[in-house]
Design a protein around this ligand. Sequence first.
Ligand code: HEC
Ligand code: HEC
Length: 113
Amino acid sequence: MLKPEEIRAVMESFVMGTGRKCLDCHVEGDFGSDENNKKVVARKMLEMVREINTNTFNGSEKVTCYTCHRGANTPATPARRRNRIRNRLLSSAADRRGRTAHSEFSGSVREGA
Ligand code: HEC
Ligand code: HEC
């Protein structure tokens, strides 16, 4: 999927974007190997990023690994968003039962509130 002349720049953007080191994704001494699942995931991520840039941004490189990962392994957004969605679901379920979400779920919902 990558041309030889692209590899260096793209790998550097992976490292910067995700905070990972080369050998977190690669097998030592065999960069071509797909044995490490992180590499397989990273390839899917790259496909996703290219699709977004092609289809939504007219081919210009607006979205990168950094856009979501911010230099970290796991993007922070999904957990918070999951919590927000869960809060909404829980409070409407609690309303239906005539209770407050807080009394029942305070432990799990506080983080994302
Ligand atoms: C987040 C995971 C990740 C990190 C970190 C990473 N790589 Fe990669 N690397 C990949 C993926 C995925 C490919 C294959 C892309 C493709 O399908 O063409 C690849 C391809 C390569 C290739 C070409 C061989 C191949 O499989 O096509 C080399 C060489 C390479 N990386 C070196 C490096 C070096 C050196 C670093 C550190 C500066 C690095 N990589 C960091 C995921 C990573
Ligand atoms: C649209 C947002 C988004 C973009 C852009 C993105 N990622 Fe991800 N990435 C995610 C999410 C969400 C996860 C899953 C986190 C989880 O499991 O909670 C993830 C997970 C990963 C993982 C697995 C982490 C692990 O420890 O299992 C790797 C590796 C990764 N991304 C690499 C990349 C690379 C390399 C790029 C750039 C080509 C990239 N990502 C771009 C959202 C994104």
